[in-house]
Each structure stands twice: as C-alpha cells, then as structure tokens.
Design a protein around this ligand. Structure first.
Ligand code: FCB
Length: 458
C-alpha cells in the first residue's frame, strides 16, 4: 500500500461545537438558544437528552486542552456560543461569556494549538427565533453585529475565522423537515433561512474584515458526492436536484454571488426571493468542507432508504425536490447509517477545485459515529473509526497530489458528545466520555491519530 505524506504545515486537528460539549447552559449569564428550547419539546431528541451538562467542557476546558496537546493536535475547531456571549442576540456582550472564550483561546495558544473558531454552529439565541428566526433578514444583520463584537475581543489572537457551519442543516433540517431546532416545517421559510445564513455570512465577513483586514475568513459547508442510481434521465434529474440544493445552493452564492439558475427554476413555486445574494460572495480566505458520505438518488418509483438524519424524521428537507428517492447501495455504513465512501471526498474536492475559484480548503469535519459500549475507563478499540479516518485521509492526500489546495483536516469529533436529535446515543469521539463521571479516555483511534500527526504520514 502506498504511504501518504503530509507537509509539516498541514493542520491536523479535531472539531467540536459549543452546544454539543460545553454544558453550563444556564451559567454565567448564558441565555437560552433554539436548541435548549427544542430539547425541551417532547419527541424531538432521543431519550429527552439535552445539552444542559453535555461533556462539561465549560468547566473542563483546561483538561481538554491538555488532552489535545497530548495527542499532538495542531489546530482545534470549536464553536462560539452566540447565546453565551450575547444572551439576547443583540446588545452588549456578556463579559463572562466572552471571557470563557478568551481563556480557551489563550490556553490553546499556550499549548501550541491553533484556535479555529466557528461563529454559528446552530445555537441561535431564543429571542431572535421569537422575532422570526433565520427566515427574517434582520437575523443576518444581528449575526454580523455579534460576529464583529466577538471578533473585536478575540481578533488580536485568533487569525482564522469560520462564520457559519453547515447552513444546509441549519436551514433545511431546522425549518423544512423540522428535525433540528427550531423544528419548524415551513419549506418556503426554510429557503429564506438559507438565504439569510448566506447573507449573514457575507455581512459578518465584511464587518470583521473592516476591523482586521489581516485575519482570514471562511465558512464551513457540508458537501456530498451525489450519484444517480441508474442512467435513466429521471435519475440524472434527481442527482441534479440534490446536488443543486445540497452543494451548489451554497457554493454558488459564496463564490459567485448568485444561486444556480436551474435551482431557482425548481424553486419557482415557493416565492423564493434571492435579492441581495451578492453580499454572500465576499472574498474567502478559506473554505471548510464537512464531508461524511455519498448520496445515491433516483427519480423513479421504488424503495426509499431509511431516513437517518433523525430518529424521528419522516418529512423531506429537500424543498422543491421532496419526491427524490434516496437509495441504499449496499456499501458499508457507520452507526449513523451513513454509507462509507471516501471516493466521494476526492470527488467533492476535485470538483470544487475544477468548478470554483481556488481557495485554501480544510476538511472541517469528517468522522464516524457508532453506538459504542464500554466499561468505565476501558479503552475502546474503535477499528472501524480508524479505518474510516484513514481512508478519508488517503483521499485527502490524493486530492493534494492532484493540486487541490487542501491545508488541513479536522476529525469530527475530539470528544463523544451530544449528537443533536440522537442525543447521547451516537458517539463520534476520538476520546471516550463516560457521561456519568465525565471521565475522558482516549480510544484506540486517538492513539492512532496521534501517530499519524507525529509522523505526518499514513
Ligand atoms: C455535522 C455537524 C456536527 C456533527 C456531525 C456528526 O452535520 O456539523 O455538529 O453533529 O454532523
């Protein structure tokens, strides 16, 4: 087998998100977010789990930094909780909230780990949802204000900033299928939610860049390889539609300032108003790609693959293309039911390079979730996760050989954590967390990843 090498500058890291790990939901002035509210709505999150305590990272961040240092991580992607730093979603910053991130960032820098924050990983302050949420344009303006306020505090020590995480999920799972917070089932509003996430990104980049032009700004999108099941034209059209809504709906505004024409045609019945899209296309210093799987789709009648993004999901998040059928191909799946296909990652990266302007890329999320049992303190021998990450890192190395400017890779996730509607039932961590005691135990994958980082090769 070929052994793949990465340059010493390659950012090997791991990722988390505030609501999934921090806990301390009502401490030091943090306000409620749509996820706090959603978790309290019966039948939305498995076992009624919440992020109230999560893995208590808010109190254990110093130990978690030490853990990252032991693993040799070069960068750490985390998210800043908007309701922690600006509890009402407008107005002055909460000093205790901002101070938490200052301490986190300083601790990382001291440990030689590059901080890589994301400003929005789905935890909209509840008052903003009460005022209409992302379907309202004003939310984009509020987001830019929040971004500028926290960038003002941390911009002297954090160079690389990511605005929004996976706007597809925030908009379409949140407002169309309702399987994520805020749980609304309003397809037309979901389109405007996506539009305002993109415009909010643009406004935020503009505001932050005006403060510190030397910092670097980007967004993180979840891209999929999409294949038609057969050569039938109906399947080709299904693939065009899903690629359109999942990938191009976000990439085209970010890079070109407009939505794809074919997608706008599909969406004609929804009264979608794309005005002001140009602002989404601020020059990007980097783009984050979250990659997990390939979709195989069909426009013909047949058996649909089980819906797997939520234990409760029955509605389609594919606004305008609800009848597209997702097909199980028989490839091995992770514990999320997501098909494992690293060739899709290579395809996504080379396609980005071919069709969009060159910009430094990072894999801001990639990893595998399982229902892992373990006795307290026992090491988890997670060979499937190692195989998954190794295969995808090989795809990264291949992409680099083909000239794709891929500069880093963040495993999802550093720690087992709150997996949204799946609650604590799915574990993605390199590090096991015993949820009763909060004890952290590195899994076999953590040791393996530490070796990969130390050797710079597979
Ligand atoms: C992504 C999310 C992340 C995590 C992984 C498994 O969609 O960005 O928070 O839940 O999936």
């Amino acid at each position: 087998m070929t052994s793949f090498a990465f340059p010493p500058s390659f950012r090997f890291g791991a990722a988390t998100a505030a609501y999934q790990i921090e806990g301390a939901a009502a401490e030091d002035g943090r306000g409620p977010s749509i996820w706090d509210d959603f978790c309290r709505t019966p039948g939305k999150v498995l076992h009624g789990d919440t992020g109230d305590v999560a893995v208590d990272h808010y109190h254990r961040y110093a130990d978690d930094i030490a853990l990252m240092r032991d693993l040799g991580l070069r960068a750490y992607r985390f998210s800043i909780s908007w309701p922690r730093v600006q509890p009402a979603g407008t107005g002055p910053l909460n000093p205790a909230g901002a101070d938490f991130y200052r301490r986190l960032v300083d601790g990382l820098l001291e440990a030689g780990i590059e901080p890589w924050p994301t400003l929005y990983h789905w935890d909209l302050p509840s008052p903003l949802e009460k005022a209409g949420g992302w379907p309202e344009r004003d939310t984009a303006a509020r987001f830019a204000d929040y971004a500028a306020a926290i960038h003002d505090v941390l911009g002297d020590r954090v160079r690389n900033w990511t605005t929004i995480n996976e706007p597809w999920c925030a908009a379409f799972l949140g407002y169309a299928s309702g399987e994520h917070a805020p749980g609304r089932v309003e397809p037309a509003a979901a389109l405007h939610a996506a539009h305002h996430l993109l415009t909010g990104h643009g406004l935020a980049v503009r505001a932050m860049r005006a403060q510190r032009p030397g910092n670097r700004f980007g967004a993180a999108v979840n891209l999929y390889a999409v294949s038609p099941e057969t050569g039938d034209p109906a399947d080709a059209d299904a693939a065009r539609r899903v690629d359109g809504m999942q990938n191009r709906f976000f990439l085209d505004p970010l890079f070109r300032g407009r939505y794809p024409a074919d997608v706008l045609t599909d969406l004609a019945p929804y009264g979608f108003d794309p005005s002001g899209t140009e602002v989404a296309a601020q020059p990007l210093d980097h783009l984050g790609v979250n990659y997990y799987s390939r979709f195989t789709v069909s426009g013909l009648p047949g058996t649909a693959a089980q819906a797997v993004s939520s234990p409760y999901s029955t509605l389609s998040p594919w606004v305008g293309s609800e009848s597209v059928r997702f097909v199980a191909t028989g490839r091995p799946v992770t514990g999320m039911g997501w098909e494992i296909d690293e060739s899709g990652l290579l395809e996504v990266l080379t396609r980005l390079h071919r069709e969009y302007p060159a910009v430094p890329l990072h894999i801001t999320e990639n990893g595998a979730g399982y229902d892992e049992d373990a006795a307290p303190g026992a090491t988890v021998d997670d060979r499937e996760r190692i195989a998954y990450i190794a295969a995808h890192l090989r795809a990264c190395a291949r992409a680099r050989e083909r000239g794709v400017p891929l500069e880093g890779y963040f495993v999802w996730s550093l720690l087992d954590n709150f997996e949204w509607s799946w609650g604590y039932s799915k574990r993605f961590g390199l590090v096991r967390v015993d949820y009763a005691t909060q004890e952290r135990t590195p899994k076999a994958s953590a040791r393996w990843y530490a070796d990969v980082i130390a050797n710079g090769s597979l």
